[in-house]
Design a binder for this molecule. Structure first.
Ligand SMILES: Nc1ncnc2c1ncn2[C@@H]1O[C@H](COP(=O)(O)OP(=O)(O)O)[C@@H](O)[C@H]1O
Ligand SMILES: [Mg+2]
Length: 263
């Protein structure tokens, strides 16, 4: 496969819209005919059910991907009950987060050539053990990163730090999302322009505070077209990914868009 088949979604922080964006993208990519699979390698914060602990993010991703027959444990290998940093929740629960196990589940999930959408826990360097972080998991997967920037005062520093940390691990940033999580934030446009200049890349999606379902769907649809046009430029890969004939027109539109750094 010449192109990475998926995206690892990280954020400038927890609660910045990673799940919101990942769910919307999963739906939009599916609507364009891609076979999408989702993963939440580590989740902290779960409810107990008869089948075992279940995490809201993982359930939302599974519902969006519509792959009801994939076992929950494949999508979310580590579902910790406590809503704390994963390594603290794991230690409290006597669990060791094994990256090799996560990697194995990931390879099984993507085996059939699906487009993988993976949501990290917390931000890029959220610890998963004494030494390891989410970044190690992401790098193991070999997927480019989609960075969700939660627009609020202080986000420029967090966004630029994350960008540097990606580069330090030689992980490419496929795109970023400007998500206004603070309705009272001033100079939103100036902040977006600043990040566009630093990243040399405009946002793949721009979401206002209190985004409506319609706005979110429209933004995700445009983003999906860009992702498809950049990842599946080769017609054979389009076929492999399960794209339908109806997507051809969308692809022609996508090809006129600004090329991004996905390679
Ligand atoms: N632009 C937005 N407008 C309205 N609500 C938002 C927006 N972005 C995020 N939210 C809400 O904020 C909360 C945190 O978002 P979520 O996607 O769960 O973040 P993360 O996955 O990064 O922890 C959710 O309730 C989500 O619906
Ligand atoms: Mg989430």
């Amino acid at each position: 496969m010449s192109h990475p088949q998926g995206l690892f979604v990280t954020g400038t922080d927890t609660g910045v819209g990673k799940t919101l964006v990942t769910v919307a993208l999963a739906r939009a990519l599916k609507a364009h005919g891609l076979r999408v699979r989702v993963m939440k390698p580590v989740a902290a914060g779960a409810v107990r059910t008869a089948e075992g602990p279940r995490n809201d993010d993982a359930l939302a991703l599974i519902a969006a991907a519509g792959e009801a027959n994939v076992p929950y444990e494949q999508v979310n290998p580590y579902c910790l009950t406590l809503a704390a940093s994963p390594h603290i929740a794991a230690a409290e629960e006597g669990v060791r987060i094994e990256h090799a196990l996560i990697r194995a589940r990931f390879e099984t999930l993507r085996a059939a050539g699906h487009f993988m959408l993976v949501e990290g826990a917390g931000g890029w360097l959220a610890p998963t053990g004494e030494q390891e972080t989410m970044a190690d998991i992401a790098r193991d997967f070999g997927l480019p990163v989609l960075l969700v920037v939660g627009l609020r005062l202080g986000c420029l520093n967090h966004a630029l730090l994350t960008h540097e940390a990606l580069a330090a691990r030689k992980v490419s940033m496929a795109g970023w999302v400007a998500n206004q999580i603070d309705p009272a934030m001033g100079w939103v446009d100036a902040n977006v322009r600043t990040l566009t200049a630093h990243f040399s890349l405009p946002p793949l999606m721009t979401l206002p505070a209190g985004v409506s379902t319609r706005e979110l769907e429209a933004a995700a649809d445009r983003a999906a077209l860009q992702i498809i046009s950049r990842l599946y430029f080769d017609p054979r890969e389009q076929q492999n990914a399960g794209l339908q004939a109806g997507t051809d027109a969308a692809l022609r539109i996508g090809q006129h868009m600004q090329p991004g750094p996905i390679e």
